[in-house]
Design a binder for this molecule. Structure first.
Ligand code: AMP
Length: 585
């Protein structure tokens, strides 16, 4: 179908052609003819991203009488941002329709500017319910000639406590108006409004709830609740180019997580209801233009944010309402791009994942929280990639080159590379060298072992780090290692701690007085070789560089990602882990 077949005015067709709309989206195919040919009201189950603004905007603009200087259409939306977005869309569609005026009015902004805009009544008002009521009380808006009334994101308006305002407004508009109600979900309160205020109506369900949903991969990480933040950092570190929203449940949590990230020098900011409108605008703008890489936000505050090309959505906590999860994850994977929705959960929340899988009819993939080595590896290659593709400004660096060349003359290309990598990379290695396995299974197994051990005398003394000659390439992960260990050693009284699996090896700790049992048991397995490791650093040195003269130079603020101004350092947030690590023994 083409827009031409929808009987729209030439002025509208020209504008939408300029916007690059080639074919109507499914919701537009259904609502545009319906509004123009029928008389009933409309109830549409549709989410943002389905093209609903044009679905109600185009028929309204097509049917309005531009010569009549009265308000004929009213669009109610939950947030100021959505009002602005809708009114901008309508202005774009109507740019060639002479005499059509669209005004957006919303709370949180000086009312005097809006009063001025209403001096001549616009044909279309886009409003948040509270501010509209204020303006009607002041006699600045006349609802008597409303022919078309749109309730957009109705479920959100109700969530935000606008129920009574909406009812007041509906009561003030003429009975013979056409009402179009859009909502992503249909809770009971919406049905109540429909039954109370809409007589004859048709229901439309837009099959594909969100154009992006199909492209979204759903991943979850299992960790004890107290390691949520450390897990978040690992995830972010593993994705150096991340551009995403971290959803929190409460304002308090949002503030705390954002503050911690900022303290840890991540390029993050917070968006929540305690900020003033100006502060919120500022944060959103910084995020939109990608000056901020990670936005930590509550669901309500993020609602007005129209950013469509997020690489990741992170659920710092899973929401209670599965519909909220759909809203969140629908913010990534738009415009045919792949998106990733990550949830950080603990074992008691696993049933929520099952519910979501059922609802979305999609599998959620559990992934292992990356260990320090994996993060370091990823950051190293990212750094090299950035170096390879950096724009070299010959002219600007020319004056300094001769002296630099002179100074480094004695170093080979390989040595220069080693120095460069060490300069940037040692700090990351240093930060992650003692990093813990944050996967919940690790703590569960560990707890199990400890519980069983309670009947044994408490161990004291030195821990020895051992290395098994099997790692990821043999399919080992923490869980498999524990299985192998139990099978080979067969002695549940042995305390194993701090397991780290690398590509080739698995490192783990045991008490000095239990080491013989372990070594003797593994000695009977010809393919398995266990030996002692001298110092944790060996893990990293083995993997990366053995002769790194810079590794002794300790720097507190590693900065692997200058582009995003993100730095890494040891923080207080690591402390609970460190305490728990020693407490386990
Ligand atoms: P909405 O659901 O109204 O927020 O629209 C989602 C996005 O789709 C917006 O960026 C619109 O500009 C765009 N859009 C709406 N209708 C069409 C269409 N027929 N063809 C292409 N893009 C569209």
């Amino acid at each position: 179908m083409t827009f031409k077949e929808l009987n729209l005015k030439d002025e509208l067709l020209s504008a939408i052609e300029e916007l690059g709309f080639e074919h109507p989206m499914p919701i537009q195919e259904r609502t545009i003819p319906f509004m123009q040919e029928k008389t009933a009201d409309l109830v549409a189950l549709a989410q943002t991203g389905t093209g609903k603004t044009a679905a109600f905007g185009l028929p309204i603009l097509n049917m309005l009488d531009a010569a009549e200087k009265q308000t004929q259409a009213l669009i109610l939306a939950p947030t100021r941002e959505l009002c602005i977005q809708i009114s901008n869309d309508l202005k774009n569609y109507s740019k060639y329709l002479k005499g059509t005026k669209v005004v957006a009015v919303y709370g949180g902004e000086d009312i005097r500017t809006q009063l001025k805009q209403l001096d001549t009544p616009p044909q279309i008002i886009v409003a948040t319910p509270g501010r509209l009521i204020d303006l009607t009380k002041r006699g600045k808006v006349d609802l008597q000639n409303i022919h078309y009334l749109v309730l957009d994101e109705s479920d959100e308006m109700l969530n935000m406590g606008f129920k009574e305002d909406i009812e007041t407004i509906l009561e003030q508009t003429p009975e013979n108006r056409r009402t179009m109600l859009f909502s992503a979900t249909m809770p009971k309160e919406i049905s109540n409004i429909v039954h109370k205020f809409m007589k004859d109506y048709e229901e439309i369900i837009v099959g594909q709830k969100n154009s992006g949903a199909a492209n979204v991969e759903h991943i979850y990480y299992l960790t004890p609740a107290k390691y949520r933040y450390l897990t978040l950092k690992r995830i972010v570190d593993l994705n150096p180019d991340i551009y995403g929203i971290v959803f929190c449940r409460t304002r308090q949590e949002t503030k705390e997580v954002a503050e911690k990230l900022m303290q840890d020098s991540y390029n993050a900011d917070a968006l929540h209801g305690d900020l003033s409108q100006a502060q919120r605008d500022n944060v959103m703008q910084k995020f939109r233009i990608r000056n901020v890489q990670l936005l930590v936000a509550t669901d309500v505050a993020a609602r007005g944010l129209d950013v469509s090309d997020l690489t990741h959505v992170i659920n710092y906590n899973l929401p209670d309402d599965p519909e909220v999860y759909t809203h969140r994850s629908g913010r990534t994977g738009r415009i045919n791009k792949k998106g990733i929705s990550i949830s950080i959960i603990h074992s008691k929340e696993k049933h929520k994942i099952k519910e979501l899988e059922k609802m979305l009819k999609k599998d959620f993939i559990q992934q292992q929280i990356p260990n320090g080595l994996e993060v370091c590896k990823k950051q190293l290659y990212h750094l090299i990639n950035r170096m390879e593709h950096v724009e070299v400004n010959e002219e600007q660096i020319q004056p300094y080159l001769p002296q630099i060349m002179n100074q480094l003359e004695y170093l080979s290309k390989e040595e220069i590379l080693k120095h460069f990598v060490s300069l940037e990379f040692n700090r990351f290695l240093d930060y992650y060298k003692d990093s813990e396995d944050l996967n919940e299974i690790h703590f569960q197994e560990d707890r199990n072992i400890r519980t069983k051990n309670e009947k044994y005398p408490k161990k004291a003394g030195k821990r020895i780090r051992l290395k098994l000659n099997m790692g990821e390439r043999e399919g080992i992960d923490t869980r498999r290692f524990l299985g192998i260990f139990n099978e080979v050693v067969g002695d549940k009284s042995i305390n194993i701690g701090s397991i780290e699996v690398t590509n080739k090896f698995t490192f783990f700790d045991v008490y000095a007085d239990q080491i013989d049992k372990v070594m003797n048991a593994f000695a009977l397995k010809p393919q398995m070789n266990v030996c002692e490791v001298k110092g944790n650093k060996q893990i990293f040195e083995e993997k990366y560089s053995k002769s790194n003269s810079y590794s002794k130079k300790k720097e507190t603020y590693p900065n692997m990602n200058e582009g995003s101004q993100r730095k890494e350092r040891k923080t207080n947030s690591e402390k609970p882990w460190r305490q728990s690590k020693t407490a386990r023994y």
